[in-house]
Structures are given as C-alpha cells and as structure tokens.
Design a binder for this molecule. Structure first.
Ligand code: FES
Length: 159
C-alpha cells in the first residue's frame, strides 16, 4: 500500500473504533464495507490499536465467510449450488457466468468489476435456482438469464 493508502486505512480504523469501541468483528465489518475487503494495512492498524496479536486478527478475518482478504469486485454475483438449486441447473449457471466473465467461481475480474461466488443454500429453495446480484435475489434463473443480468450491468456502466 502507498503511504496515502496506509494513512487512509489508519483513519478508517480510527473512525470505526470511535463508533464501535473495541469490538473486533464490528471494526472488521466497517473496514470490509469501506474497501469491499480487508487490506493488510488496515488489519495491522487494527492489531496495533486494539492491542491484539496480528495472527488473532487474521484468525477472525479468515474464520467468517463474509470477510475477504482479497479485493472484491464492485458487483458481487452469487450463484446458489445447494442441492435444490444444483438439480435445477445451478452448476450450468456458474459455468455460463464463468465463461462470460472469464474467471472461475471465487475469482474477481482483473478490472475489479465482478466477483463470482457460489453458496450452499440461501433458504429460498422453492424458487431456485437462485442468483444474487449485489444483494438482489433472482429466482428461477437460467444460464442465459444470469448472463443477461451481468450484461445489463456492463451496458449500464458503459452509458
Ligand atoms: S438450495 Fe438454493 S436456495 Fe436452497
């Protein structure tokens, strides 16, 4: 990280601790929300300010699936691969999106626009297969429908 980025990380952590107190998970959530992931400089700052060993901060950061140590895309596309969605074509949807975005599940596009993720059951199996784009649920999805969702975002961003 550059000096400016380190200074910013320090400020983000300081503001979060002012709001959250010394509640590690809440502070990590604030950082994740700000950057869309947990940058190393911010984790070092958290360890120093909360007086927690860095390995313990990493331990919490890697335990929860909602935290990411790698940068994520501006748009998060999540495909459910739980049993109900899988039997209705979830895997085909993942394959189609991976082809479209030229990444594998779990990866982020080099331009940091999209992250493709999979999940095991979102609790709404009756309307599967489910694709969630930036927090919005799309039920009874097809491979082409999912690709169209991505293309719609790309088109909107070009305008
Ligand atoms: S298996 Fe996909 S929502 Fe339950």
């Amino acid at each position: 990280m550059t000096e400016v980025a380190v200074a910013e990380a320090s400020m983000v952590v300081e503001e979060s601790i002012e709001r959250q107190g010394e509640f590690l998970i809440a502070v990590l959530q604030d950082i994740q929300e700000h950057y869309n992931y947990l940058p190393e400089a911010a984790l070092q700052e958290v360890a120093a300010r909360l007086d927690i060993p860095l390995r313990d901060v990493y331990g919490v950061a890697t335990f929860y699936r909602s935290f990411s140590l790698a940068p994520k895309g501006e748009h998060i596309v999540t495909v459910c691969l739980g049993t109900a969605c899988h039997v209705r074509g979830g895997a085909r949807i993942v394959e189609a999106l991976a082809r479209e975005l030229e990444i594998e599940a779990g990866e982020t596009t080099p331009d940091l626009e999209f992250t493709l993720e999979t999940v095991n059951c979102l609790g709404c199996c009756a309307i599967g297969p489910i694709v969630v784009v930036d927090g919005e649920y799309h039920g009874e999805m097809t491979a082409q429908g999912a690709v169209n969702l991505v293309r719609k975002i790309q088109k909107a961003e070009r305008v």
